[in-house]
Design a protein around this ligand. Structure first.
Ligand code: 2P0
Length: 354
């Protein structure tokens, strides 16, 4: 028969996102459906992002993936769910130059090779699954001519990692928890684009580059099973906080953003402590950073900086502009002089705009 030796490829990049109102807890583990809405800001892709290339060829014998140059297994349920859902929605693809025509039903038989890189050290203890799965789903959709409809691509990214659905959009993004049992309404929606409020500066202070002891997936399972505070937070606290945060974003109300962001980070870590056995993500350095920011904010007429911590000790700090970001770096360097035994290193992530 005739020899088919073509390869079609697509490449895309997706940044990570930082939650201002946290996702912590699933009501459905297989579909990754959360116990509450969450709100995040998507970073500039120059700093913390994933770049993924996907290739399809009749000569490929199976789906394979390489992460930062090392082959990884695609056998896990999360990868399988993303690949299956994307293949279901694939369209016809034609490349005249290569003389290639793929019919939508052909995608079920064709195999994919996927290569993904993070532009930051994976060992730095910074979230990589959000950027990684968002990028994987976006790039596959591009290659396979999948048309986005009502946030359904974000619902696919969500099945890779919950927080990944929020990285499908730039700017400020809300992940609505949804009501449907199949998860079709548990999607991300953009609240404001990357050009809205683009004088904000986000600084990630790397407190420790060690891998965390409790993965987010394991940690939130423990909290759902044992923390009474999680139930109260999800039902009573987050719904009103989400409305207030949407208002703060719309009106660029920095004082309100600071109050809500810091309170929500602290409540998330309180839920971790309320879990049995308790989970400790922050360390003494994290808490010193909180004290430094709290003291500074209280000594001024209005708050200067917001802090937020995810499932690890690294601080994410938000300043209203470059001038305050500069003052913040001075204060951090004064409190944490760069000595050989001091791991704290600050990365200025520039404007949040992408
Ligand atoms: C967030 N985190 O909203 C919260 C705050 C960590 C603390 O989303 O199990 O990697 O893959 O859905 O998305 C980290 O959890 O967990 C996370 P899975 P994911 O950003």
């Amino acid at each position: 028969g005739e020899v088919q030796s073509w390869v079609l490829m697509a490449t895309a990049r997706a940044p990570t996102n930082i939650a201002l109102i946290k996702y912590w807890g699933k009501r459905d583990e297989a579909l990754i459906l959360p116990t509450n809405d969450s709100i995040s800001v998507t970073l500039d892709p120059d700093h913390l992002s994933a770049t993924t290339t996907v290739a399809v060829s009749p000569s490929f014998k199976q789906d394979r993936m390489w992460l930062n140059g090392k082959e990884i297994s695609l056998s896990g349920g999360r990868y399988q769910n993303c690949l299956r859902e994307i293949r279901k929605r694939a369209g016809d693809v034609e490349d005249e130059k290569k003389g290639v025509r793929i019919k939508k039903e052909d995608w079920e038989k064709l195999h994919l090779h996927i290569a993904s890189y993070n532009n930051f050290p994976t060992a730095a203890g910074l979230a990589s699954s959000a950027a990684g799965f968002a990028c994987l789903v976006f790039t596959l959709a591009k290659l396979m001519n999948v048309k986005e409809e009502n946030g359904d691509l974000s619902a696919i990214a969500r099945q890779g990692s919950g927080s990944a659905c929020r990285s499908m959009y730039g700017g400020f993004v809300k992940w609505t928890m949804g009501n449907d049992a199949d998860g079709s309404d548990s999607i991300a929606v953009q609240l404001a684009s990357n050009t809205h409020w683009d004088d904000l500066v986000i600084i990630v202070a790397v407190v420790s580059s060690k891998q965390k002891e409790t993965s987010s997936t394991t940690g939130m399972r423990g909290s759902v099973e044992t923390s009474p505070l999680l139930q109260y937070r999800a039902k009573t606290v987050v719904p009103s906080r989400v409305l207030q945060m949407e208002e703060a974003i719309k009106s660029c109300d920095f004082a309100s953003l600071v109050g809500l962001t810091c309170a929500d980070s602290n409540q998330f870590h309180a839920v971790c402590l309320d879990t049995s056995p308790p989970i400790f993500y922050m360390n003494d350095t994290s808490r010193r950073i909180i004290s430094l920011v709290e003291r500074w904010n209280r000594s001024e007429v209005s708050p200067q900086v917001a802090y937020t911590f995810d499932a690890g000790p690294n601080a994410v700090l938000i300043a209203p502009n470059r001038k305050v970001a500069g003052l913040l770096l001075q204060r951090l360097l004064f409190q944490f002089p760069p000595l050989p035994d001091n791991e704290l290193a600050s990365y200025i992530l520039g404007d949040k705009s992408i």
